[in-house]
Design a protein around this ligand. Structure first.
Ligand SMILES: [Zn+2]
Length: 152
């Protein structure tokens, strides 16, 4: 299961809508608590697939390294990635699976239909490079208590 605050969930979906008709992409930091990935921070990234941004995405490796360093400083790790599917369902593609290499991480996909937000789905990458697969997982929107107390 992926646990994510409403703020981070909304940011991911807003990015999907804002980037349409191109794919958005980004990195999720957090911790694994009781077997569930818990998002603490969303890092929006630039889609580097300038040749085919409407149906491919690529995160700059330098941004991944920077995210890894940031995660380490926060006592966390990279627990997932997100991207969008302009005019497609949030079902992962064969390319998504082929290009996924972070095992036990969440791959969040948001569908956008003609500029309007559709569903958001998440898949966990399991197995090994030779035999890998995506498994659908549920997304739980959790209350961001830090934000609430700060607001009061
Ligand atoms: Zn995809």
């Amino acid at each position: 299961m992926l646990k994510i605050s409403k703020a981070d969930y909304d940011l991911i979906r807003w990015e999907a809508k804002r980037s349409y008709p191109h794919e958005c992409c980004g990195i999720l930091l957090g911790n694994v608590v009781d077997g569930h990935r818990q998002v603490s921070m969303t890092i929006t990234c630039e889609n580097m697939r300038f040749d085919s941004p409407a149906n491919r995405y690529s995160i700059n490796p330098e941004q991944v390294i920077a995210a890894l360093k940031l995660a380490r400083n926060r006592g966390e790790s990279i627990i997932g990635f997100y991207h969008s599917h302009p005019d497609h369902t949030p079902q992962y593609s064969s390319t998504d699976l082929a290009e996924a290499h972070w095992f036990d991480c969440s791959y969040v996909i948001t569908g956008v239909e003609r500029g309007s937000l559709a569903a958001t789905a998440s898949y966990v990458l399991t197995g090994s490079e030779d035999h890998k697969s995506f498994h659908a997982e549920s997304i739980e929107i959790v209350t961001n208590q830090n934000s609430l107390s700060y607001a009061m």
